[in-house]
Each structure stands twice: as structure tokens, then as C-alpha cells.
Design a binder for this molecule. Structure first.
Ligand code: GLN
Length: 486
């Protein structure tokens, strides 16, 4: 039976299996069918994926050299545009909308011969932490279907977790790749802001949004990142110099012992599950025994980062989502005779947007309103600036910063539905990287006594994504599957 371990071994398999891409696609289509109850996919491009696989198989047979992602079966979060395919941001607002162009990331995947197998469920407009804000029902965690997979890229995480594709693209504005990776026991990478073009990514908060990658092997993530990153004339915030993100499939572990920082306040935070805290402290001990320099660094701003994040992102969202008015884009309700233009917009937006999206648009409009702008928006920008300065300082002395990814393991479905504030507060460890633009990754290193996995979050300075991948590779090779809890 087909089984996927890494892109490298898959390509070796293809060398001896003339119809290997077709076998792979059929395998995933069957798995997706068998796991429909998880609701990880909003749409599967079955026929098209099979046709593409057959084309790739015959190109190989004809001796054509293969692309870097030849036949690699990838799914994409439903906020990433794929020409001629629906993209809905899991919202009624965009029901039936078909993309007219490819996101740059998609364009680059296809150019290297990846096969896009479908689009994944997510929280509406990427706003949420449980996938329960989708207009198309929640995605379920494959390890325990009564639990959420996390969000907002929950469908993408489960697609990788449950072996419904090889790799998946999500987006991370405040943790939406790292947090579901933590809940699902896989790797989730958010690169440095600007590493991957945002062209064709449906905007939530543009100065935070970044496409990220889910997978099970660092070398695979590195390969996908190498393919989709780089400058793009369609996104002026995309980094102008392509980082040296090489194929790290032959990663060496011969790097000098890392200098690692952690924030005392993060480990001591009352919201952190005691078992996660204990495990992290044990892990720190282990790192030290193995020669790493691990140092506690004071950080006074922890309680300001979630408020700053929610002020700034809702402000940006209220502006970004104004285009969905039923005229320029999105759902158009039936106008009644005598309706004013305002009534018409209101109807379209009330019918099209779910509760959480409406809440954030209202919050964003409020913090940007003339009377409150300075108290909220300006203040939050100042906090962001302080965080950037603090980050620069930390990375003058350290190679990496570690933190939990999430204060708890995967929530039960419905557990937090009535308490948006509790959910916002659970973003305490992930929003830091988006506020400061640094790269972050969640590594599946730990298991809780409740049976659920949880991750270690590792961050480095901006543009140090290759080092982040190297360190992640080293730590996963050394500590994955090792009982660090004693
Ligand atoms: N949980 C965060 C939020 O609800 C993260 C969202 C994201 O990264 N897209 O905003």
C-alpha cells in the first residue's frame, strides 16, 4: 500500500513506479472519503488531481526531468486563491465565488509540479482558534473527534495529521498555523513576515498575515518554503531578497550549541497548564545537559500583547473586509423596494458574515473611530513598536527563543464557544511572532497525560528562517518520541 514519509523518498518511489503519482492521488482520495466526518476539506478536486497525476506520470515516462514538487499532493486553506476554483474563506459571504487568478504561492507550487488536491475548511476569514467559526461546520481533530483541531487553519492541519495529503498551506495572522499544528501533533511553520507573497491570500490583517506550511518532516517544509518564498512584484511587502532557504534535506546536526532564551513570565503565566509548564522546564533542563545555553529573560509586556494584537488586527480587518458589501464583492441579499443604500449594505453584510467576523469588524471600527483612535489604535501601535525593540535586543544575545505554543491542549468542541475573550487570551504565546514579524514554528515534541499532543514553539530573529529550520531539525531528530517528562 502507498505510504508517504518524505518528498525525497516519494521521489525515489516514483523512479521505480511509472504510475506512482496516480497511485498517490488515489490513495489520498480514498483517505479523504473515509475521513469525511473530520470535515477537513470543503472541496476536493478529485478528477482534476487524477488527470494531473496521469500527465505527470507520462512526463516521467517520457524522460522529462522532474520538478522539485513533482507529484507532491498538497491541500490549501480556503483563503488562498487558485484560478478557476472556488475560494470562500469558509464564509457565506463568498459562497459561489470563483477565483480569477492564482495566488503567487499557488503559482509557484504548480510551476514545480505539485498537485493541489482540494481546499481546506477554516475559521471564517481566518478569524478564530477552533475552526468552529466556519460557515460549513467545524473540522474535527483526528486524534479525538470530540476535540477541535485548532484554528484558524484547522482543516489544513487535520489534512496533514490524518494523512489526507502530503503537505498543506495555511495562513498565520496570530498563530493560525502554529496553534493547530500544536493541537494536532504536527509541524507548523510561520516564516518571517514577507517571506511568502500575500498576493492571492484573502486578507484578514495585512501587516500580520503570512502564509505558512504544515508537514511532518522539516526537510519537506523547507522544500515547500524554498519553492514558494521570494520577491513578488504583486506584493510590495514581500521581501526583496530571497533568503537562502535551500533544500535542507541533508541537514547537518553539526551546528554549535544554540543560545536559547525563554521568558520567565511566559512559563509562569497562570493560564498555562501545569503539565505543559513542567514539561517545558524538563525540556530546558535536557537542553542544558546537552550543552545548550538556556537563559531566563525578563519580559514585562506579556499581558499587553493579546490586547495589542486584537486592537490592531480588528482595525485592519474592518478596513480589509469593507470590500465585501454585496456590490464590489460578496453576498447580495434581496433588496426591498424603498431600501436605502445603507440598508442594502447592512442586509448583505448581516446575512453574509458570521458572528465572530461581525464582532471583529465592529471592534475594529470602534478602535479606529475619531474619539477612540489614540486611546486604542495609537497605543497598540506603540506596544507593537516596543515589542519589536525588545525582540531585537533579545536576538542580539540569543539564537532562539522558546515558548509553549498554546497554554492548553486541544479544547473540546463547544467548550469555549460562548467565551470569545477566553479564546483570545489563549493566543498569548503565538501573537508575539506576528506583532514583531519574526518566524515561529511549532514542533510536535510532547504528549499530555490526557492523551493529546502539544508542541514546543521556537522563534528566531527576522530572516533567520533557515536557522530556525536547522535548529528544528536538530531538536526533532534528537528529542521527538523521547520521553522528556520523566
Ligand atoms: N486565533 C487568532 C485569531 O483568532 C489567530 C488567527 C490567525 O492567525 N488567522 O485571530
Amino acid at each position: 500500500m502507498f505510504s508517504f514519509k518524505s518528498i525525497e523518498t516519494y521521489h525515489q518511489y516514483l523512479a521505480t513506479h511509472p504510475d506512482g503519482c496516480t497511485i498517490a492521488v488515489k490513495y489520498y482520495l480514498e483517505r479523504i472519503e473515509e475521513n469525511k466526518h473530520l470535515n477537513a476539506y470543503l472541496e476536493v478536486f478529485a478528477e482534476e488531481a487524477l488527470t494531473r497525476a496521469a500527465q505527470l506520470d507520462s512526463q516521467r515516462a517520457a524522460g522529462k526531468p522532474i520538478g522539485k514538487l513533482h507529484g507532491v499532493v498538497i491541500s490549501i486553506k480556503d483563503v488562498i486563491a487558485y484560478k478557476g476554483h472556488k475560494v470562500s474563506a469558509s464564509s457565506r459571504m463568498l459562497e459561489g465565488y470563483t477565483s480569477l487568478y492564482n495566488a503567487t504561492a499557488v503559482e509557484r507550487l504548480l510551476a514545480e509540479e505539485a498537485i493541489i488536491i482540494g481546499r481546506n475548511n477554516c475559521d471564517e476569514f481566518a478569524m478564530g482558534s477552533t475552526n468552529e467559526n466556519s460557515a460549513y461546520g467545524p473540522t474535527r481533530n483526528a486524534l479525538d473527534p470530540d476535540r477541535v483541531p485548532g484554528g484558524s487553519s484547522g482543516g489544513s492541519a487535520v489534512a496533514v495529521q490524518a494523512d489526507l495529503c502530503m503537505l498543506s498551506l495555511g495562513s498565520d495572522t496570530g498563530g493560525s498555523v502554529r496553534q493547530p499544528a500544536d493541537f494536532c501533533g504536527i509541524i507548523g511553520l510561520k516564516p518571517t513576515y514577507g517571506t511568502i507573497s500575500r498576493y492571492g491570500l484573502l486578507a484578514y490583517a495585512s501587516s500580520f498575515d503570512q502564509i505558512g506550511v504544515f508537514g511532518k518532516i522539516i526537510a519537506d517544509l523547507a522544500m515547500v518554503l524554498a519553492v514558494i518564498s521570494g520577491p513578488d512584484e504583486y506584493d510590495s511587502t514581500a521581501l526583496s531578497n530571497k533568503q537562502e532557504i535551500n533544500d535542507l534535506s541533508i541537514l547537518s546536526s553539526n551546528t554549535p550549541p544554540p543560545r536559547v532564551a525563554y521568558f520567565r513570565e511566559a512559563i509562569e503565566h497562570p493560564s498555562l497548564d501545569p503539565e505543559i509548564r513542567y514539561t517545558l522546564l524538563q525540556f530546558i533542563d535536557t537542553l542544558q545537559q546537552d550543552g545548550a545555553v538556556v537563559t531566563e529573560v525578563p519580559f514585562d509586556y506579556l499581558d499587553f500583547i493579546v490586547p495589542a494584537y486584537y486592537v490592531l488586527t480588528t482595525a485592519e480587518a474592518s478596513s480589509n473586509l469593507s470590500r465585501y458589501d454585496g456590490v464590489k464583492f460578496g453576498h447580495r441579499g434581496a433588496a426591498q423596494p424603498g431600501d436605502t443604500l445603507d440598508a442594502f449594505y447592512k442586509k448583505n453584510r448581516t446575512e453574509g458574515f458570521g458572528k465572530e467576523v461581525q464582532r471583529r469588524i465592529l471592534l475594529g471600527t470602534f478602535v479606529l473611530s475619531a474619539g477612540h483612535y489614540d486611546a486604542y489604535f495609537t497605543k497598540a501601535q506603540q506596544v507593537r513598536q516596543l515589542l519589536v525593540e525588545k525582540t531585537t535586543q533579545v536576538f542580539q544575545d540569543f539564537d532562539a527563543l522558546i515558548m509553549p505554543t498554546v497554554p492548553a491542549t486541544a479544547f473540546r468542541l463547544g467548550e469555549k464557544s460562548d467565551d470569545p475573550i477566553a479564546l483570545y487570551l489563549a493566543d498569548i504565546y503565538t501573537v508575539f511572532a506576528n506583532l514583531t514579524g519574526i518566524p515561529g514554528i511549532s514542533l510536535p515534541l510532547f504528549k499530555h497525560s490526557n492523551g493529546m499532543p502539544f508542541g514546543l514553539q521556537v522563534m528566531t530573529d527576522r530572516y533567520q528562517d533557515p536557522y530556525l529550520l536547522q535548529l528544528s531539525f536538530n531538536w526533532l531528530s534528537r528529542y521527538q518520541g523521547v520521553n522528556l517528562q520523566g
